[in-house]
Structures are given as structure tokens and as C-alpha cells.
Design a binder for this molecule. Structure first.
Ligand code: PEP
Length: 254
């Protein structure tokens, strides 16, 4: 892996302009953690304000529409996100798959549209607790990911990041075991190489997401094939989010 650990905050539907001070604090702290790449995905309404203020961190979106523009009331295209200063988009989050009925084919179309608009993508995947209990987690995630990812990615393949987020671990305080994380990330790595070639073996970061906190970040980020973390709840304050970035810095420094 030649890339720095990637620590991405997903603010979900949290944040008004009052949260800009937190984004500024994250940005300032990120300047002291240059061995780690830090980014946040606030609500759409804060993308441009965060972009204007940030000197170090990248800002991105939590979703985009699959078309460039047109009669799609209430939607936001990848080109609009890029225009607002967004550099990446999170796609296929389980809350979009469940709450908005997003299927793999739609997510793939969004991914292709985002790449065409020059955005990087963070493609989420993950199994339910029931699927894991039945022993089908790896097969499920590989199938979901294969169907959601773009068929081709023009160089550089590092524009793609994958986030493995077991649904049962999101916002619950539960995390997958380190063995399960290593197994899943290893399988995802093999899939990426089979889809996009050898470069995907070293250049695509695979993040873990699901109740990552400063207290558990070091061991998770230190696990084989984990290239960083996608963080929900703990990304909402600079203190807890940068505690995770600090743990990632320590894992790089050994
Ligand atoms: C997420 O929703 O992407 C997430 C990982 O949330 P949390 O960290 O709160 O579990």
C-alpha cells in the first residue's frame, strides 16, 4: 500500500452552519497529521462553505444523482458537487440502500457519473447481522460490491476507495472482530484485483466503518488490508474524529 491511511467523516444529516467551527478545528488538526489523509462529507448545504474554509482536508458528498442534470426535482448531480468544491462522493451507503431503496445497478450508474465528473468515489458495502449469522457475509459482500462498482475505471484506480461497513455495526457500538475484518478486506482485495488488475492490489484503499472510535481505531486501522476508516457518529466533533486520525498516525509510525 503506497497510499496514506484515509480517515473520512460521514456527517449524515447532521450539521448547520454552526458546525463550521468543528470543520475548521478538524482542518487545523489535520495539518498536524500529514501522514494521514483526512476528509469529511457534510450535508450538501455545507460542502461549499467547508471547501472555502479548508486548507488541508478534502470535502465530499454523501450521495449524488446518476444523471448530469435535468428534470430531477430535489436531486444533486456529481458535476454540481464538483462545482461546489467537493472532491469525492460516498455511494451505496446502507442507509441509502435501505432508506431510499437504492439497488446495485443504480449505485453503479451513480459511480460512473461521479467518476466522469472528476470525483473520487467511496463505495460502501456490508452485510446485515442475519446474513453474517448464516455464514454468508463474504459471499454477500462480494456479490454486492461486484454489482455496484463501475465495470471499468480509467487510470488512476486510486480514485476508487471501498468501505466495508457491516450494517449491524453502524451506529450500534458493535464492531466486527479483527479476524472478520481481515478476512473480509482480504476477499475484497482479491475481487478488486480481479476486476481492475494488479494496481488495485496496492492503490485502492479499503476502509472499515461501523462504530469506529478513538478507543478502537488503532487496532482496527492496524489490521491487515485496512486502509483507514469511514466514521459516522465519532466524526461530529473534532476531538473524537481527530482522536481517530491520531490513532491512524500512530499505526503508520508503528
Ligand atoms: C457510517 O454510517 O458510515 C458509520 C460508520 O457510522 P458510525 O461510525 O456511527 O457507526
Amino acid at each position: 500500500m503506497t497510499q496514506r491511511p484515509y480517515i473520512v467523516g460521514n456527517w449524515k444529516m447532521h450539521g448547520t452552519r454552526a458546525m463550521l467551527s468543528e470543520a475548521r478545528a478538524i482542518d487545523r488538526a489535520a495539518q498536524r497529521h500529514m501522514k494521514v489523509e483526512v476528509a469529511i462529507a457534510p450535508p450538501y448545504t455545507l460542502i461549499h462553505p467547508v471547501h472555502r474554509e479548508a486548507e488541508q482536508i478534502a470535502v465530499g458528498a454523501q450521495d449524488c444523482h446518476e444523471h448530469d442534470g435535468g428534470a430531477h426535482t430535489g436531486d444533486i448531480s456529481a458535476a454540481m458537487i464538483a462545482d461546489a468544491g467537493g472532491k469525492f462522493v460516498i455511494l451505496g451507503h446502507s442507509e441509502r440502500r435501505e432508506g431510499h431503496g437504492e439497488k446495485d445497478a443504480l449505485i453503479r450508474a451513480k459511480a460512473e457519473s461521479a467518476l466522469a465528473a472528476g470525483l473520487r468515489i467511496i463505495m460502501c458495502c456490508g452485510e446485515s447481522g442475519e446474513t453474517r449469522d448464516k455464514g454468508n457475509a463474504v459471499a454477500f459482500v462480494k456479490k454486492q460490491l461486484k454489482a455496484s462498482l463501475p465495470k471499468e475505471i480509467e487510470e488512476p484506480v486510486e480514485k476508487l476507495t471501498v468501505a466495508y461497513e457491516p450494517i449491524w455495526a453502524i451506529g450500534t457500538g458493535k464492531t466486527a472482530t479483527l479476524e472478520d475484518i481481515a478476512e473480509m478486506h482480504g476477499e475484497i482485495r482479491k475481487l478488486l484485483v480481479s476486476l481492475y488488475g494488479e494496481e488495485a492490489g496496492s492503490e485502492v484503499r479499503i476502509l472499515y466503518g461501523g462504530s469506529v472510535k478513538p478507543e478502537n481505531a488503532a487496532e482496527i486501522i492496524g489490521t491487515a488490508e485496512v486502509g483507514g476508516a469511514l466514521v459516522g457518529g465519532a466524526s461530529l466533533t473534532a476531538d473524537s474524529f481527530m482522536g481517530i486520525a491520531m490513532a491512524a498516525t500512530e499505526s503508520v509510525e508503528g
